[in-house]
Write a protein that binds this ligand. Sequence first.
Ligand code: SF4
Length: 328
Amino acid sequence: MLPRNDVWKNALSNAVRDPAELLTLLALPRELLPAARRAAAAFPLRVPRGYLRQIEKGNPNDPLLRQVLPLGEELLTVEGFNRDPVGDGAATARPGLLHKYRGRVLLTLTGGCAIHCRYCFRRHFPYGEENPGRDGWQGVIDYLQHHPEVEELILSGGDPLLLDTPQLQRLSDKLRGVPHLKRLRLHSRLPLVLPERIDDELLTWLAALPWQRVVVTHANHAHELGEAQGAALTALKHAGVTLLNQSVLLRGVNDSVDTLHQLSERLFSHGVLPYYLHQLDRVSGAAHFEVSDERARALHRALQTTLPGYLVPRLVREVAGEKSKLPL
Ligand code: SF4
């Protein structure tokens, strides 16, 4: 039985934000606290409690913990790492609307996320200025109406599923005025980090949309896919959603053939196709997660020998100014 509407809002507001509480709940050494506080001052800590329960207590190297625990390494300046590594600023067509690739545009609905991933390439993105808000949606619709080549709208963020369903409904009502739109794609971590969000109200909205629906989840490790996440993904599938996953290759999280293999297997067992394995975007604060291109290629080649082709995600990198993601 999936939870009732609004349960997710409580889970969201109860997320852990204090590094000291995180360390206590996970029985981790207090020595980690000063650095965690310094790094969290630059990019705050945020972890839903359900996600915390999937982390092994007392293990500072847990692969899920590493994605959320602020570390002193984030404050180092490393050559080649900058604040806007994928060129979002240059691709902004309207506030919140990025038009990078032919045929599809990306709309940032909110700067908020349910979880703060320490490697996030948007950790410095000026969401306050670049979020259109509901007042700006008409500008977005006008833009789409004047660009008949755009057949797919990607809702992103932050996390687009942080808008509640009535807000999403208002947006989709406006989008019905764009006759050439074929697909609506949502990029969201919520099916995995706040599965309560996949409630009946959302599923009803999704099922009634007139376009093909795609949800791209963002799992980096098989441990992120437990029972509640499996139920949420199955429910999305039953609502007619195509499910894809993108991961980021992260040192200390998923940089082994076994881990990537298990991730693909677990995803597919829940009806999700592994789509992309991204090389890390070189955002300042995330250098300690980087895996060299040579190692990434070797891992990918080895993965190809252990899985059928359709379970091997494409290894890619996003390069500012390029017309598509680039295979490595
Ligand atoms: S959920 Fe996505 S946008 Fe939000 S912090 Fe994590 S990686 Fe970044």
